[in-house]
Design a protein around this ligand. Structure first.
Ligand code: CTP
Ligand code: MG
Length: 613
């Protein structure tokens, strides 16, 4: 595989940009790029200045022509025109050059900030707890990382560089008018408080409308994402019509909210233009009065008219900036909800072990509940597992087997009692260490849309010799199956390659866990989808591999658990029976019942098979 080195972007911990003041928070996000932003704003300001001068000079020339004045330059007409032409060319180049520079700088800073924001979010989301992930809809997260980041990118590339232009044009034009006549200067900006008030009014409404719009969009993307993931269920139950209907309803709601948002924007423009139009009119009348009273020269009047147009521009854009900033702030808030989430501490721990664990595990009156207030999923569980022993869990569905084993890698924290690993309480170990020591085959294993080889070597994160990969695959009874695929170990899994059966997936997942060569191995119902023969094959291989490792095995067939050193029979979150196969058979309890039923079924099956042949 060829790997290209990606130019780095200076990393930034966006938790530093958390602030109750959203504007300040956004400013903090710009850290490292503030100078570039200042330069971009300066450039837009200068570019606007050139444009303004061009139009002022043109206006002055027109006025001179109409009034029949001599051109305002000495020398012949030809020379004057030549100089003027050169001047215009210079101004055009100046304006274009700075405008280009501003665009370049804005693109560079906006893209860089959002790139490192995306990098950060991906990294951060990986580190959030299981509890967070199981509560947060995937579609909502995807929506925030894509759409909200994009809104911020637009804010940085468009709105954030408009400030320079506004400040430049305002200061220069206001200064010029005030220089002509200070009363006229003041009269020309009376409108600002009104524009501010209108903008703030719209700011609030656009904020709310945009929040609702984004919420709905997240809902829509969750619907879409769930539908694609669960497409089999939808089809199997022939519920397409229902799903389509549901999507259309959500989509209609989004349409309504989008319309409302646009309405807010489109109401703002005419309203602010009416206010500004009144301002201009008032200014012209006031200037006329000043001329009549002799406080302003007649020849200054057209100059005022030209200047006031350029003064209104930044005021108009200030309002627009305020209103549009609201969407940036909303997206900032939505993203910070993710950033604010506590990360799972991975490397921190009171006990920093060196070397691998021995694998002695002791449960002492362990209790566990998923949420405060929810009933206990595990109650008062106590047992001892010596290093290298195998513990089997047997019990009805929902009895808490998965919950119990998930406590070991600290996917969740037990809420009562203690779990000791090699004599040290589990809570004192760094999570990353525990997870390195534990190989887990989940009840519903997930494979990535990558090659089978990459899936098997996923847990070790290094180049593994083919022989090792094959050994793991053989132990998981999947080697021959893999060889039957066209590209062998390089066959892609999923959308672009082969679709594996449930049992094949489980076996790839077993190979993945085995290759890691962990001291503690957890097999959560890992042979539920394979036939009896394959299961026996895997069991034989596992028996070899289970030596010297502490193993937790959850299974439903007595044969899978009978060789375990300790069998825990679970019911409704409690261990109701505990012992070896022989011991449990002696007792009159659930284990014997299960054993009797299973042996009876098997005997009947054998009889049936015998009668067929
Ligand atoms: N549970 C929960 N929140 C979770 C997972 C499980 O509240 N994130 C609850 C379930 O509703 C169940 C109980 O915890 O009542 C035990 O679940 P689990 O440990 O998954 O049961 P298993 O014994 O593993 O059941 P199965 O054999 O079906 O896998
Ligand atoms: Mg389970």
């Amino acid at each position: 595989m060829t790997s290209t080195t990606i130019p780095t972007v200076s990393p930034f911990d966006f938790r530093k940009a958390l602030s109750s003041n959203k504007l300040r928070g956004i400013l903090k996000m710009m850290s490292d790029y503030r100078l570039a932003y200042l330069a971009a704003n300066l450039a837009t300001g200068l570019s606007a200045l050139a444009k303004m001068i061009t139009s002022l000079v043109l206006l002055r020339l027109f006025a001179a022509t109409i009034l029949g004045e001599r051109p305002p330059f000495a020398g012949t007409l030809e020379r004057t025109l030549l100089w003027l032409a050169l001047g215009f060319v210079f101004l055009a180049v100046f304006e274009g050059g700075f405008s280009f520079l501003a665009g370049r700088l804005a693109a560079y800073t906006a893209e860089s900030i959002t790139r490192r924001l995306r990098d950060f979010l991906f990294d951060h989301i990986q580190r959030l707890s299981f509890a967070y992930h199981s509560k947060t809809p995937t579609g909502d997260l995807i929506e925030r990382v894509t759409s909200d980041v994009d809104t911020l990118r637009r804010f940085f590339s468009e709105q954030a560089i408009g400030i320079g232009r506004i400040v430049f044009l305002f200061v220069i034009n206001f200064g010029a008018i005030a220089y002509l006549n200070w009363k006229l200067g003041l009269a020309s900006i009376i409108v600002i408080p009104f524009i501010l008030a209108v903008s703030v009014w719209f700011f609030r409404r656009v904020t709310k409308a945009y929040e609702q719009y984004q919420e709905q969009e997240a809902k829509l993307s969750t619907t879409l994402q769930e539908n694609l993931t669960g497409v089999r269920v939808v089809k199997a139950f022939a519920r397409q019509a229902y799903e389509i209907d549901k999507f259309e309803k959500d989509n209609w709601e989004k349409y309504l909210r989008g319309k409302h948002l646009l309405l807010m924007h489109s109401l703002f423009w005419p309203l602010s233009d009416i206010v500004l139009g009144l301002q201009m009119l008032g200014g012209f009348v006031f200037a006329s009065l000043l001329v009549i009273n002799g406080e302003l020269n007649v020849s200054d009047y057209p100059v005022y008219v030209a200047l006031v147009v350029w003064l209104i521009w930044p005021i108009r854009n200030l309002g627009r900036l305020i209103v549009q900033t609201s969407t940036g702030l909303v997206s900032y808030g939505r993203l910070m909800e993710i950033v604010r989430q506590e990360r799972e501490a991975l490397t921190e721990g009171r006990f920093q072990p060196n070397g691998p664990v021995r694998g002695e595990i002791i449960f002492e009156n362990v209790c566990f509940q998923y949420d405060d207030g929810q009933s206990e999923v595990l109650q008062d569980i106590s047992f001892v597992c010596k290093p290298g022993q195998a513990v089997a869990l047997l019990g009805s569905t929902g009895s808490g087997k998965t919950s119990l084993v998930n406590l070991l890698p600290r996917f969740h924290e037990y809420t009562g009692g203690r779990i000791l690993l090699d004599g040290v309480e589990l809570k004192d170990y760094p999570r990353a260490y525990l997870r390195r020591q534990i190989g887990i085959v989940e009840q519903e294993p997930f494979l990535f849309s990558r090659s089978i080889r990459e899936n098997i070597t996923y847990g070790v994160g290094r180049d593994v010799p083919q022989a090792e990969i094959e050994a793991a695959a053989r132990a998981a009874a999947i080697h021959d199956v893999i060889l039957s695929f066209p590209a062998g170990y390089d066959t892609l899994v999923g959308e672009k390659g082969v679709t594996l059966s449930g049992g094949q997936k489980q076996r790839v997942a077993i190979a993945r866990a085995l290759l890691k060569d962990p001291r503690i191995l957890i097999l959560d119902d890992s042979t539920s989808s394979v036939d009896t023969e394959t299961e026996a094959e895997i069991r034989a291989a596992l028996n070899r591999l289970m030596q010297n490792r502490t193993t937790f095995i959850i299974a439903h067939r007595i044969q899978s658990v009978m060789n375990a050193d300790l069998i825990l029979v679970m019911d409704k979150g409690r261990v109701v029976q505990m012992g070896t196969h022989e011991q449990l058979l002696q007792q009159d309890g659930m284990y014997r019942q299960i054993y009797d039923i299973q042996t009876k079924i098997e005997a009947e099956l054998e009889e049936e098979i015998a009668s067929v042949f």
